[in-house]
Design a protein around this ligand. Structure first.
Ligand SMILES: Nc1ncnc2c1ncn2[C@@H]1O[C@H](COP(=O)(O)OP(=O)(O)OP(=O)(O)O)[C@@H](O)[C@H]1O
Ligand SMILES: [Mg+2]
Length: 331
C-alpha cells in the first residue's frame, strides 16, 4: 500500500484526504491554522544568530517586524542541484520553500525528479494520470494546468512530477529547444505572481537538470557534510559554467548549503571548513543538522516546518531561508 493511502498515526488527517482537499485558500499565511501554529512555535525559538541584520534586497518590501521577509524585486528562480544522490536536495527545496511561504513569499516548487519526492512531501498528488511536469516539458501543457496549491500552506504551490518524467530525459532529445522547455513554460505562466520558484533537480546532470539550470537565475547546491561530499562538485560547477557560457548568461551559483551536519564528528566540521574555504560567502552561515524529524516529515505529506516546527531541522531551515531572503542579488 502506498503512503498516500495510509492513515498515518499522529497526523489527524489522512494524507489522501489532505491531497483531496486542495482548495484555493486566501494568500495570507495567517489564514491557515497549521501555518499560524507553526510560525508561533518557530518564531519563539529562533536562534539569535539567525536574526542578525542582513542587507535587504533593493526594491524589496516587508520586514521582520510584521512576520514577512523582504520580497524580491523580481521572481528568483533557484535550481537546487547536485548530481550526487541523497545529499538533501529535496529536503532543502521543500523546507526552504515552506519557510519562505510562511513569511509572506509566494513560492512555487517545481518537482523535476521522476522520483516525485518533493511532490510527496508537499502532499501533491503525483500518481496515475495526474498532469505533471513531463506533460509541460514534452507535450507543451501549460504550467497552469499542473500547478496545485499545497494543502494548508496558502502561499505555497507545487508542480508535481510523476514517474512519466523518467522518460523525458530521452524524449526531450529530439524536441526543438530541448534545453529551454522549462524556461519557456515558466515564462508563459502568469496566473500567479511568484516571488520564488524553486526547482528540485534529480540526481543527474542530464537534460532535466539542464532544463532547470537554463530556467534558473541561481543555483543552490546542498552539500552533505560527509566524506566524498566534494566528489563530483567540479563536474557540476563546470556544467554551470557551460550553461552560463552558452545557454543562460545570467545563471550564477548563489548559495551552498551544508546539510546533515553531525556536530559530534570531526569529519563534518572538516568538510564544512573545506567548503567554506573554497566558496566563502556563497555558503550559508546556517548549517542544517542531522535531524530525524526532517526525514519523518515527508511521509506525513508535510514540510518539517509544520510537522515539527520546534525541531532543530525546522529551525535551521527557517534560518537558512531567512538568509536567502535577505541576500542581495549581485549579478
Ligand atoms: N538534515 C537531515 N537529517 C536527517 N535526514 C535527512 C536530512 N536531510 C535529508 N535527510 C534524509 O536523507 C535522505 C536523502 O535526502 P533528500 O531526499 O532530501 O536528498 P536528495 O538529494 O533529494 O536525494 P535524491 O538525489 O535521491 O533526489 C532522505 O531520506 C531525507 O529524509
Ligand atoms: Mg531528491
Amino acid at each position: 500500500m502506498g503512503v498516500s493511502q495510509q492513515q498515518i498515526p499522529g497526523t489527524g488527517t489522512p494524507l489522501v484526504e489532505r491531497m483531496a482537499n486542495v482548495t484555493q485558500t486566501p494568500l495570507n499565511p495567517g489564514d491557515s491554522p497549521l501555518v499560524r501554529e507553526a510560525l508561533s512555535s518557530v518564531v519563539s525559538r529562533e536562534t539569535p544568530a539567525a536574526t542578525q541584520p542582513a542587507a535587504a534586497q533593493p526594491g524589496g518590501t516587508g520586514s521582520e517586524g510584521d512576520g514577512s521577509w523582504p520580497r524580491p524585486a523580481k521572481c528568483r528562480v533557484i535550481a537546487v542541484a547536485n548530481q550526487k544522490g541523497g545529499v538533501g536536495k529535496t529536503t532543502t527545496s521543500v523546507n526552504i520553500a515552506a519557510a519562505l511561504s510562511m513569511h509572506g513569499q509566494r513560492v512555487l516548487v517545481v518537482d523535476l525528479d521522476p522520483q516525485g519526492n518533493a511532490s510527496t512531501a508537499l502532499a501533491t498528488e503525483h500518481r496515475g494520470d495526474v498532469p505533471d511536469v513531463y506533460q509541460v516539458l514534452v507535450d507543451d501543457l501549460p504550467m497552469a494546468d499542473i500547478v496545485k496549491q499545497v494543502p494548508e500552506m496558502p502561499n505555497l504551490y507545487c508542480a508535481p512530477a510523476t514517474i512519466d518524467l523518467a522518460g523525458a530525459e530521452i524524449e526531450l532529445v529530439s524536441l526543438v529547444a530541448r534545453e529551454a522547455r522549462l524556461r519557456r513554460a515558466l515564462a508563459a505562466y502568469e496566473e500567479v505572481e511568484f516571488d520564488y520558484i524553486i526547482i528540485d533537480c534529480p540526481p543527474s546532470l542530464g537534460l532535466l537538470t539542464v532544463n532547470a539550470l537554463v530556467a534558473a537565475d541561481e543555483v543552490m547546491i546542498p552539500i552533505q557534510c560527509e566524506y566524498y561530499a566534494l566528489e563530483g562538485l567540479g563536474q557540476l560547477l563546470r556544467n554551470v559554467d557551460l550553461i552560463k557560457a552558452h545557454l543562460n548568461p545570467t545563471l550564477r551559483l548563489s548559495t551552498i548549503v551544508l546539510t546533515m551536519y553531525d556536530g559530534r564528528t570531526r569529519l563534518a566540521s572538516q568538510v564544512a571548513d573545506e567548503v567554506r574555504s573554497h566558496f566563502g560567502d556563497t555558503v550559508l552561515r546556517t548549517v542544517i543538522p542531522r535531524s530525524v524529524r526532517l526525514s519523518e516529515a515527508p511521509s506525513y505529506g508535510q514540510s518539517v516546518m509544520t510537522y515539527d516546527p520546534g525541531s532543530s531541522g525546522a529551525m535551521a531551515y527557517m534560518d537558512a531561508a531567512r538568509e536567502i531572503a535577505h541576500r542581495a542579488i549581485v549579478a
